[in-house]
Ligand binder design. Structure first.
Ligand code: NAD
Length: 341
């Protein structure tokens, strides 16, 4: 059997703590399901800039290139103009990780705005406003480029249709084509045009501002939502708040030959070193890694263990519990070890 090489970048702030908790879950899962996997840690993030002059040192790039995928903790990104591009954005571009998959699903025992939420946001990850292509015209004006291409729209549209056809067969295209008629018009019409190949999938569309309120009003009506980079970033934070908060949101960044798994949340510096961050978003991202690798039973065992732990009250403060981040990781890992397959 081949051994999977998985790179691990713990990141900044609460990153090392949530990633440590997820590693306990990985070790337990690999033992239980006899999966051969080597985890190799690398440095990346704000803390690298002083030492290496970059948030993604050359050795880390080599490590990534020599691995099948990467588990990435959140990283702090400076905001000053001219400062480093976020390491996540660099990795997405380097490996053309064009689809950012961000599920939001009710967790038993976690207060939620509505029941029956089980949706996935598929965010285009390489184009749009979020790619950060911007410049100052003078000290009075600045321009940000929002590039949308037919090929990028086709690629993400196909990915989203494929996913919808294996789920509840409903795809919603989110855009702002009433104002961004040319760019979002291109994206919307390109994706709609793919519908002929997926006749079993019901397709509709919504403006992004309307979608922000529909997600709160009727989130249970949605299945797969496909959208542009920045819209997807914002809506996926909103979607994770619907089902228990930003600490539980997982994500998978998928390309043709590589993938990156990371929680939706950031480095939450105020909680760094306090062992109180919620590791569930990172642990569910690891669950998505096993799905991507084709280990459906292992992925299912992680999801069940997360649900069991939360039902038993093994949860962090943000979910109303009193457990530490490390204890939640150990609790979930322990449930996987003891579970019957
Ligand atoms: P954030 O997600 O770090 O934190 C916002 C708030 O959400 C926190 O103050 C905290 O109250 C809560 N929170 C977040 N994660 C949590 C967890 N696991 N458990 C419990 N509560 C949690 O967002 P921010 O404050 O906008 O950003 C902080 C830094 O993170 C910035 O430098 C930003 O650039 C970076 N960031 C990185 C990523 C990434 O690496 N993928 C993503 C988003 C933000």
């Amino acid at each position: 059997m081949d051994t999977w090489k998985v790179a691990v970048l713990p990141g900044d702030g609460i990153g090392p703590e949530v990633v440590d908790a997820a590693i306990k879950v990985i070790e337990s899962t690999n033992r239980r399901f006899k999966i051969a996997m080597v985890l190799q840690s690398g440095e990346a993030g704000l803390h690298c800039i002083e030492r290496y002059g970059t948030n993604l040192p050359e050795d880390t790039v080599k490590l990534l290139r020599n691995s099948s995928c990467v588990i990435k903790g959140p990283m702090t990104t400076p905001e000053e103009p001219g400062s480093e591009t976020s390491a996540a954005v660099k990795i997405r571009k380097m490996f053309r990780l064009y689809a950012d998959v961000r599920p939001a699903k009710n967790l038993p025992g976690v207060p939620s705005i509505k029941k029956g939420i089980d949706l996935v946001i598929v965010r285009e990850n390489t184009e749009g406003m979020y790619s950060g292509a911007e410049f100052a015209v003078s000290d009075q004006a600045a321009i940000g480029l929002r590039v949308i291409t037919k090929e990028g729209s086709r690629r993400i549209g196909k990915f989203a249709f494929e996913m919808a056809s294996k789920r509840k067969r409903h795809l919603t295209i989110v855009h702002k084509a009433n104002i961004l008629k040319i760019s979002d018009g291109l994206m919307k019409n390109t994706i709609l045009g793919l519908g002929a190949n997926y006749r079993n999938v019901r397709v509709d569309d919504a403006h992004v501002d309307a979608m922000a309120q529909w997600l709160i009003k009727q989130p249970e009506l949605y299945d797969v939502i496909v959208t542009e980079n920045l819209f997807g970033d914002i809506l996926s934070d909103e979607a994770s708040m619907l089902v228990g908060g930003i600490g539980v949101g997982p994500s998978a960044n998928i390309g043709e030959n590589y993938a990156m798994f990371e929680p939706v949340h950031g480095s939450a510096p105020k909680y760094a070193g306090k062992d109180r961050a919620n590791p569930v978003g990172t642990i569910l991202s690891v669950k998505m890694m096993y799905e991507w690798m084709g280990y459906k039973k292992a992925a299912g065992a992680i999801e069940n263990a997360v649900e069991t732990a939360i039902k038993k009250g093994v949860k962090t403060q943000d979910l109303g519990g009193k457990y530490k981040c490390s204890e939640v990781g150990e609790g979930i890992a322990g449930i996987i070890s003891r579970a019957r397959v």
